[in-house]
Structures are given as structure tokens and as C-alpha cells.
Unconditional design. Structure first.
Length: 149
């Protein structure tokens, strides 16, 4: 007798999409290539201003926006972020696709947060709603990908 659960699994595995509607042929490399092409098509600005849906409250201060000055980052910032990751046991392979690296980059580029040390800045960013955090990380990734032109 045929197992209906097995039939459902077979139907899913034979479909041309996986759950979530992402085509199977769109593997990680293809997705990375798409993201790189999209980033290179954007205007090459070294500054990104993030406007949250509602003001951010952090340690007694309110932020209506956060300005990320990507072009103000230096090689020293890269090495410090990399060192911090290594001290936490994380190996940095591709910075553009490493969430911790992008967060560290954003922490150092955030103009309004320069009063605080980078770990406290990163703590604020990590406390953001996921959607906001990902928007900021996407901006950092786009900046790096545009630099590879």
C-alpha cells in the first residue's frame, strides 16, 4: 500500500522549487552573484542613513536615525573586526557574507554611536528588530561588493 506521507515527500522533492519558493537552481553561488550585481548597480555612496519605523531607545538616548559612514572605515577597522572574531573562535572566510563581520563593520561606521566602544555599539545593533538589523547589514554588504568593481 502506498504511503501518503511518502508521496507528499516525493512530490516536494520533484518540484522545481523548495519550500519558500526559491528555485533549486538558485544555489548559494548564484545568489551571491545576483547580490553582487545588484550592489554594483546601486549608486556608490559611502554613507548610508537608516531611518527606523520608530525611534530607537538605547541606554537613555533616543535615535531618530543612524548614519553609517562606510567610507570612513580603514584597514585597521577590518583587522580589528577580524581579530575580535578570531578571539571568539570564529574564522572569517568571506567578510561580505559573515553576519558578525557586517555587524562589527556597522558598529564602527555608526556616527551617532561613536561615544561608545565598538562592543557596546554592536550590542545596540544586535538588539534591533531583525528586519532593521538585516537592512543595515545589507547596506554594509553592498558597500563591500561595490568595492570589488
Amino acid at each position: 500500500m502506498d504511503d501518503p506521507k511518502r508521496a507528499n515527500l516525493d512530490a516536494v522533492s520533484k518540484s522545481d522549487t523548495i519550500p519558500g519558493g526559491v528555485p533549486e537552481e538558485l544555489d548559494d553561488a548564484a545568489l551571491a552573484a545576483e547580490q553582487e550585481a545588484a550592489a554594483k548597480a546601486e549608486p556608490d555612496t559611502g554613507v548610508y542613513i537608516f531611518h527606523p519605523d520608530k525611534p530607537l531607545e538605547w541606554e537613555g538616548r533616543t535615535y531618530e536615525s543612524l548614519t553609517f559612514q562606510w567610507d570612513g572605515l580603514t584597514g585597521r577597522d577590518h583587522l580589528e573586526i577580524e581579530s575580535e572574531l578570531l578571539m571568539r573562535g570564529r574564522t572569517l572566510v568571506v567578510p561580505e557574507y559573515t553576519g558578525d563581520y557586517l555587524c562589527g563593520m556597522a558598529a564602527r561606521a555608526a556616527v551617532e554611536l561613536r561615544d561608545a566602544a565598538p562592543p557596546q555599539r554592536a550590542a545596540l545593533l544586535k538588539a534591533l528588530p531583525l528586519r532593521d538589523f538585516m537592512i543595515i547589514c545589507k547596506s554594509a554588504r553592498s558597500f563591500l561588493l561595490r568595492a570589488e568593481q
